[in-house]
Design a protein around this ligand. Sequence first.
Ligand SMILES: [Zn+2]
Length: 234
Amino acid sequence: MVDASPGASQDAPKRSARLVLIGPPGAGKGTLAENLCSFSFDHISSGEIFRGHVRNQTSLGQRLEKSLADGQLVSDDLTLETMKKWFWSRKPNQGFLLDGFPRTLPQARAFDEWLESRSLKLDAVIHLYLEEDAVVERIAHRRVCPKDGRVYHLLYNPPAKEGICDDCGTELIQRPDDREPIIRERLRIYRQKTEPVLAYYREQGILLTQDSDRHAAELAKTVQQKLQPFLAIR
Ligand SMILES: [Zn+2]
């Protein structure tokens, strides 16, 4: 969920941490964000912000729609225009856990400038790491019900009857994006774009790298513990 309303969670005594979450597709970013949110952070997904603009058919949304429909990465210019709007719509003391932005070096640099202009800094950047083969195994075994969207994993969470949705009996499909050659290509692009971003934050001393190959609850607990020193020094 995007927390765009100005008064949201105003009365909760939340520590307003400013965090970025980076990781390959299939690394469990969404789940981690949800679990960390239950402690003290608002989860902001840039993809969700993009889709919100498209749903509302704003002028940005009309431009974003083209990129998203083609399955390409949204350009730096369009991403920055959209995320700048989001950034300035927030109060300076509102915390966030950003997922999906910044994902290129120019985006990371521009984001730092916006933060600086409000005398703010990122507390930490959480880098979820997962071996390429593990990513492929997680995603390539994924099957979805085209009718109700339920997601299965052939090894860890298979349907009762092979190839059939437990809920509605519809034949399961593999999303075109989830096929192995496409995953490997997405990972190649991911590495190419994000390596410089990771190096950039590593240099600033705010990068927290965590192997994500573990149970979701344990992962959230570990990351939460590792975050403590970053949040304490501000
Ligand atoms: Zn179904």
